[in-house]
Design a protein around this ligand. Structure first.
Ligand code: ADP
Ligand code: MG
Length: 624
């Protein structure tokens, strides 16, 4: 019998390969967009007609191709992205199989125009069903424009199986979104049947997401961040209250490549456990960055699935990172308290504080005052205990309580009810609701970070930096709206230098800045003269304040209902608020506590982080 095995002709092999690579118009869109990204483009334009069935065109301003490369790019296994098998483990490009253009050219009419920067003229190639029909020199801008017409023209079965235009368009938009979200630094436009669908300017990740999904998205996002040896996690999760029944906005990107992973999805859901209504799905936009050698992206032809080396560790890390972010944005004090590792043990606290010097206060307001404690103080023979010692005394007192609880449970009851009694005498209620802060009571500072004081139901621990942010924020907002700020004139005007864009940005908030108390002098050649500054700001803070302000203004999304006044107030608040590590005198601590609870929204910072936590007697009791 004669030999029957033959090698398939190229165009048949290409058609078969095309079946794997190109399922629908959206697959072509994905491959072409990815090629444009690999070509280091900064602007990519996608033009489609009839949901890609008649036309898919991608125009980029990337590196382009030489004449030979342009021709070779349509050959199967022709790629510039890997040279040897080892390269497969170091992939940082989207493509590497060298199959896409060959496959697309096998099942459509393709026109390619491309030019490298160094060349005067470009190359134009037309190819139909793998046959090159023309190749010419052409005039074209730097970059590549590929036009794919009449997809599946030679495979009618495929063409007939395409879904309605609405469905195919949806798939294309999904691909466009995925690429756009992974590459916010590339300007990306999309047109369908002659009208603009997306026009995405260069942005950061948050802005890109908002530009795609609409202005309201911004307020729904909670940032997620973690950096370990194994992985860097960044991105956003949607606040639980916005979770949807459909699985719409769920995105993982690994090294800027969109991927699907049921396993990681599960990890996100686990982080949301207990926070979502029945059947609701959280939104997420998670960017993972890992060492390329630790993943295998080669296991699926369309590359949306990848294998991680250490999947279990990744799962755990992702879950705890998201949980932590959600916790930070959840004002529930108990949650936050559980996480607060910097809460000192009494002994540490005591010895630390004992070295520090003294400020005298009225001991009568000690939250833990009881007969027993007075006994201790009296025994030590001091009439005026130092403030710090007194604080230590309070902690000691907790221990005294412990002893007595063991010995005589009844007496501890009395002791704690005396705490409640104390705040029944409250004057000047500063707390909303039933919780009352004693107007002029003892406060003490913990680790130069927290202000601890008492309330009726137990104790409150205030984060000094966050509380001050809230206080300054509200003050600045008030000043801006009522234009009622107090300025301090500088003896020597300050001169700060800015770039053109920065000046333009500052111009947009000039009026608000003036309302906060800034007075600007001459504005010349990128230099701004400042003659007066707000009373709340000190001179040495001014340059930091402007730096922070500019970066905040740059990062906020324009045209999304974001009030620049708000950005400005937040920015000033975060740059001038008292930092952690600053020692506060008792009057300052009290001022802080009182001003905080006089705020309209005392519980959170302007960017929604809790400013204080409370610890009720019940909770304290439970801890014993
Ligand atoms: P792969 O992307 O896997 O390498 P493709 O078939 O998608 O394979 O592309 C083949 C080659 O053609 C690429 O490796 C690249 O060198 C070149 N190429 C394709 N598209 C572009 C483009 N838009 N700009 C520059 N070069 C391109
Ligand atoms: Mg490719």
């Amino acid at each position: 019998m004669s030999d029957i095995i033959q090698l398939l002709p190229d165009h048949v092999a290409n058609q078969i390969a095309a079946g794997e690579v190109v399922q629908r118009p959206a697959s072509v869109v994905k491959e072409l967009l990815e090629n444009a990204i690999d070509a280091q483009s900064t602007h990519i334009k996608l033009i489609i007609k009839e949901a890609g069935k008649t036309l898919i065109q991608v125009i980029d301003d990337g590196v382009g191709m030489s004449v030979t490369d342009a021709r070779l790019s349509f050959e199967r296994h022709a790629t510039s992205k890997i040279k040897a098998a080892e390269d497969l483990f170091q992939i940082d490009t989207k493509g590497f199989r060298g199959e896409a253009l060959a496959s697309i050219a096998a099942i459509a009419h393709v026109e390619l125009k491309t030019k490298q920067d160094s060349n005067e003229v470009g190359t134009e190639i037309k190819i139909e069903g793998s046959e090159v029909t023309s190749q010419e020199v052409c005039v074209t801008p730097k970059g590549t424009a590929i036009c794919v017409k009449n997809l599946f023209y030679n495979i009618p079965a495929r063409r007939n199986f395409l879904k309605s235009n609405a469905v195919e368009l949806r798939h294309i938009i999904d691909e466009f979104h995925r690429v756009a979200m992974a590459h916010p630094a590339i300007k990306m436009d999309m047109y369908h049947n002659g009208s603009e669908v997306f026009n995405l300017p260069i942005a950061n990740h948050r802005q890109r997401i908002v530009n795609i999904f609409g202005g309201k998205t911004n307020e729904k996002l909670v940032p997620v961040k973690e950096e370990t040896d194994l992985v860097t996690i960044s991105g956003f999760v949607g606040k639980p209250e916005y979770a949807k029944r459909s699985r719409g906005e769920q995105f993982f990107f690994v090294n800027n490549r969109f991927i699907k992973s049921a396993y990681l999805n599960h990890s996100v859901s686990a982080a949301f456990e207990g926070l979502l209504k029945d059947k609701a799905h959280p939104s997420y936009f998670i960017y993972l960055s890992v060492d390329p050698t630790s993943i295998d992206i080669n296991i699926h032809p369309t590359k949306t699935e990848i294998k991680f080396e250490d999947e279990h560790a990744l799962y755990a890390m992702l879950r705890s990172t998201i949980k932590h972010s959600l916790g930070q944005f959840n004002v529930a004090p108990v949650l936050d308290f559980n996480r607060d590792s910097s809460m000192d043990t009494p002994y540490e606290y005591k010895s630390k504080m004992a070295e520090n010097p003294t400020i005298e206060v009225d001991r009568n307001f000690n939250p833990f005052t009881s007969d027993k404690q007075s006994g201790i103080s009296a025994a030590s023979g001091k009439h005026h205990t130092s403030y710090k010692k007194d604080a230590a005394g309070s902690w000691e007192n907790l221990y005294v309580g412990l002893e007595s609880e063991m010995a005589a449970p009844k007496s501890i009851d009395n002791e704690f009810s005396s705490v409640e009694f104390e705040s029944a005498e409250v004057t000047g209620s500063l707390f909303e609701g039933e919780e009352k802060v004693i107007g002029n009571h003892t406060t003490y500072q913990l680790r130069k970070k927290y202000i601890v004081t008492t309330i009726k139901s137990g104790m409150v621990i205030i984060n000094q930096n966050r509380a001050h942010q809230r206080i300054v924020y509200e003050e600045v907002l008030r000043n801006i709206t009522m234009a009622s700020s107090v300025s301090q004139q500088l003896l020597f005007p300050l001169t700060l230098s800015f770039s053109k864009t920065e000046i333009a940005l500052l111009e947009t908030v000039r009026e608000q800045l003036e309302n906060t108390g800034f007075v600007f002098g001459a504005l010349t050649m990128g230099e701004v003269e400042i003659t007066s500054i707000p009373a709340v700001v000190s001179e040495k803070e001014v340059s930091i304040l402007f730096e922070q302000l500019l970066s905040d203004l740059e990062n906020e999304v324009p045209d999304t209902g974001f009030s620049q006044t708000d950005v400005l107030a937040k920015s000033i608040a975060s740059s001038i608020a008292v930092k952690t590590g600053v020692v506060l005198a008792p009057e300052q601590q009290q001022y802080m506590a009182n001003s905080l609870f006089a705020c309209t929204e005392p519980t959170v910072t302007p960017d929604n982080k809790p400013t204080f936590i409370t610890l009720t007697i019940d909770e304290i009791d439970k801890k014993f």
